[in-house]
Design a protein around this ligand. Structure first.
Ligand code: KIV
Ligand code: ZN
Length: 396
């Protein structure tokens, strides 16, 4: 009950990022990295979509050990057959069947009645279950579905043998409290002895994907579907690194654990960015270039004295090297002196003051001042006027 299953869909929903198409080799390589990261389920792809996609899922199923390997399928018999053919070589295979349940999707996309959709759910889940003991069912656009119909659909899916029920916020429309309330209502309508795992799957159209998944966990969901760097359709999916670190750093709020080796997060984030070509924004939580960088003098002074003054997690904890003090116009003497020392300069007081003033004058005109420039300032100050200040520690 205290374990949250991390279902990684970087290779399926993440690959649906506009402009991204991974080769079979890239998908297999990333799947091995995800397994080493400690994800519980890898959604390897949607096998019916292309021969390459089928081959990638098949190879992942046959070579990646540890996690469950899932393949996506619509309710069509051909999709389920293809998904099973692709994952059946896995030690722990899963078929993931989905159909839309909101009025707008049923009427405008599927052109089917609610009764017809209910029959599709019953038949497809039973068909998947006849092949595979682990079947996930997703009610696409659950957050815009009539709650009574959603409950009927979920009950039908559980009756037909679904072991995991996923309630996606397909269009990123939910708020944390509405998403939690939906889980509570659905879970109350299914007998707990069925042992169903409830799953959150959120999109970031309103920037609420992580918050919504966390709210679902508070309401009792025990699987979270997410992607590395939050990549995915439109504004993306719930970001794995953010949701995992929120559950860990705020364990006091959630009381749950994941199986993720958080020290592997940084390297996997870089590998996904390289393979997909999707650049991580500098201010992205956990994995952005600035996530552990400090520029203001007050913050730098605090971090030099004790990093926990301005860092709620350590960069090493997420495989990100060490904190960075960026020297710019807001930086203070403490950080400047510490950088000089790192560069091998140990200036006595008058020379330090002179060098700091020169640095500040320059920083007013530039975004940041790099190490080369700082070393040049130190050398100039030592060579002119304050020459006696040449440091014994400095070789140049
Ligand atoms: O967002 C969504 O509804 C999906 C389903 C296919 C699970 O990605
Ligand atoms: Zn999705």
């Amino acid at each position: 009950m205290n374990r949250v299953i991390i279902f990684d869909t970087t290779l399926r929903d993440g690959e649906q990022t506009p402009g991204v198409a991974l080769t079979v080799e890239q998908k297999v390589d990333l799947a091995h990295r995800l397994a080493a990261l400690g994800v519980d389920v890898i959604e390897a792809g949607f096998p019916i979509t292309s021969p390459g996609e089928f081959e990638a899922v098949r190879r992942i199923a046959e070579t990646v050990e540890g996690p469950t390997i899932a393949a996506l399928a619509r309710t069509h018999p051909a999709d389920i057959e293809r998904a099973w053919e692709a994952v059946k070589g896995a030690r722990l295979p899963r078929i993931h069947v989905f159909v839309s349940t909101s009025a707008i999707h049923m009427e405008r996309m599927l052109r089917s009645t609610p009764d017809e959709v209910l029959r599709m759910v019953e038949q497809s889940v039973a068909d998947a279950r006849a092949r595979c003991a682990d079947v996930e069912f997703s009610a696409q656009d659950a957050t815009r579905t009539d709650i009574n119909f959603l409950i009927e659909v979920v009950q039908a899916a559980v009756e037909a043998g679904a072991t995991t029920i996923n309630l996606p916020d397909t269009v990123g429309f939910a708020t944390p409290w509405s998403y939690a309330a939906m889980f509570e209502a659905v879970m109350a309508a299914v007998p707990p002895e069925r042992g169903v795992i409830y799953s959150a799957h959120t999109h970031d159209d309103l920037g609420l994907a992580v918050a919504n998944s966390l709210a679902a966990v508070r309401a009792g969901a025990r699987q979270v579907e997410c992607t590395i760097n939050g990549i995915g359709e439109r504004a993306g999916n719930c970001s794995l690194e953010e949701v995992v670190m929120a559950l860990k750093v705020r364990a006091d709020q959630f009381g749950v654990q994941t199986g993720i080796d958080t020290r592997a997060i940084g390297p996997v984030s870089e590998a996904v960015s390289r393979a997909t070509g999707v650049v991580v924004p500098p201010n992205k939580a956990v994995v952005g270039a600035n996530a552990f960088a400090h520029e203001s003098g007050i913050h730098q002074d605090g971090v030099l004295k004790d990093p926990s003054t301005y860092e709620i997690m350590r960069p090493e904890q997420v495989g990100r090297g060490s904190s960075l003090l960026v020297l710019g116009k807001h930086s203070g003497r403490h950080a400047f002196r510490s950088r000089l020392a790192q560069l091998g300069f140990n200036l006595p007081e008058p020379a330090l003051r002179e060098a700091f003033n020169r640095f500040k004058a320059l920083a007013d005109r530039r975004e940041t001042v790099d190490d080369e420039t700082i070393a040049r300032i130190a050398r100039e100050v030592m060579d002119h006027g304050e020459g006696a200040a040449r440091s014994a520690a400095h070789g140049g």
